[in-house]
Design a protein around this ligand. Structure first.
Ligand code: NAP
Length: 407
């Protein structure tokens, strides 16, 4: 539990106990558990939210199935929700009791008080965005995690500057102005040294998103378009072709079918004239490796044989290429001229200045209709509905949007 946490009175309207979903061991379903204590220890930036609708994320089924990301057992999972504020941090808070409704992004998976699979959830106020009235609770529960992952991938890993998009963050600058000692150690080098000023993604540059049907890809594409990047989306066109080609917010500059990866790489190289420098993969190691090949120069023929071209040869731009892996990166070390990135998601909850600038920007983007929430494919009901929903995700039934659960 974080420093400065103290016992605080629970507001009268809040019961002492609640229903939660507990995971007792890996590979088990989550168990509906009544009479579990409502969290009652807060630090001075934390609020209490009554859960209304939970957004289901792939990590919620992958963590128990593959036994990772479970810091303790029994465990409470759940990374995003929409709910109502029932306790504020202090009198000066920008959030108010009764605020209906707020988006909570719970990236801090080690802190069970903040997990979404419970009736009452603690959240740092800088991880909470007010839901504008024009966005439904259902849609609001589907956007938070994807938005944060997209903003950090583009803004920190690729250096895109959002300042001209309704005063969005210049995350490249923001993390460098921060006391380096206060950036979490394991993401410090990604934040401070992942990309140089010269390399930063700017208007007109291409970015390719492999695994373009993912909810995170949805937000990556929308934010990339807002800063004037040219977008390539790689998807199974049989599943997603028409939807993405016709979509006002998601239509990419180039839509590429993923069925034959070699051909996809060829198409990307040919259309970008070998100038693609930025790639974000949402699926895993294999597709991240394909994307790496799309970033690299075409193999050169020497005496009739293909050789692996290097970024040192004369044809290469002086700037480097950058590959972000949301789920994995190629096994091999990055070749010369390419930098691999992982998303420093924890700065959202560990660095208040980053969390706050992102949630306030999210509020403005939604209010002004500059981004659309991802599609909600279905709504399950009650805590029992979480297991049902996660089973549908395990079976691969949920594609191109989110499943949410109304509690
Ligand atoms: N590193 C980070 O900080 C971070 C942050 C957010 C997300 N992530 C990770 O990024 C990845 C994408 O997350 P997301 O929330 O954007 O994904 P998502 O919207 O839930 O789904 C992504 C795509 O995966 C495919 N899919 C669905 N069920 C599947 C299954 N059972 N097995 C294999 N593929 C399946 C579907 O694509 P098709 O139907 O087109 O095949 C779906 O559109 C996840 O691995 C997630 O954990 C990482």
């Amino acid at each position: 539990m974080s420093v400065g946490v103290e016992e605080a009175p629970i507001p009268e309207s809040v019961p002492k106990s609640q229903t939660v979903l507990l995971l007792h061991s890996a590979k088990d379903p989550y168990h509906v558990t009544k009479d579990y204590l409502v969290p009652s220890e807060y630090n001075d930036s934390e609020i209490l939210v009554k859960t209304h609708t939970i957004g289901l994320n792939p990590i919620d089924w992958k963590a128990p199935d593959f036994n990772f990301g479970l810091p303790e057992l029994p465990y409470i999972a759940g990374r995003e929700l929409v709910g109502q504020v029932v306790r504020v941090a202090n009198d000066h808070s920008r959030l108010h009791i009764g605020d209906l409704q707020v988006i909570v992004v719970s990236s801090d998976y080690r802190d069970l008080r903040k997990a979404a699979y419970q009736e009452y959830v603690i959240a740092s106020d800088f991880n909470v965005a007010k839901l504008p009235p024009q966005i439904s609770v259902t849609n609001g529960a589907a956007i938070g995690v994807a938005f944060v992952a997209a903003a950090l991938s583009l803004g920190v890993c690729l250096g895109a500057d959002f300042s001209d998009v309704v005063g969005g963050p210049n995350l490249f600058k923001l993390v460098r102005e921060h006391d380096p000692e206060l950036l979490p150690k394991d993401v410090r080098s990604e934040c401070l040294g992942g990309i140089s000023e010269n390399d930063r993604a700017k208007e007109g540059d291409w970015v390719a998103v492999w695994g373009g049907s993912a909810t995170s890809a949805n937000l990556i594409v929308q934010l990339a378009r807002l800063v004037g990047l040219q977008v390539i989306t790689v998807v199974d066109k049989a599943k997603h072709g028409l939807r993405l080609s016709n979509h006002t917010a998601l239509r990419p500059d180039l839509l590429v079918d993923s069925y034959d990866p070699e051909r996809a790489i060829e198409i990307i190289r040919a259309n970008t004239k070998g100038k693609l420098r930025f790639g974000i993969d949402t699926r895993g190691r294999d597709t991240a490796t394909h994307l790496l090949h799309a970033l690299m120069p075409e193999p050169q023929l020497v005496n009739g044989h293909a050789t692996s071209a290097s970024h040192d040869d004369a044809k290469q731009p002086k700037v480097s290429a950058h590959l972000v892996g949301l789920t994995g990166l190629p096994k091999e070390a990055p070749p010369a001229g390419v930098t691999f990135h992982t998303v420093p998601i924890k700065i959202f909850h560990d660095v208040p200045a980053v969390g706050e600038t992102l949630v306030l920007w999210l509020e403005r983007l939604l209010e002004q209709g500059l981004i659309l929430p991802p599609e909600v494919l279905d709504v399950e009901e009650g805590f029992e509905g979480v297991n049902r929903g996660l089973d549908r995700m395990r079976k691969g039934e949920i594609s191109g949007g989110r499943l949410v659960v109304k509690i």
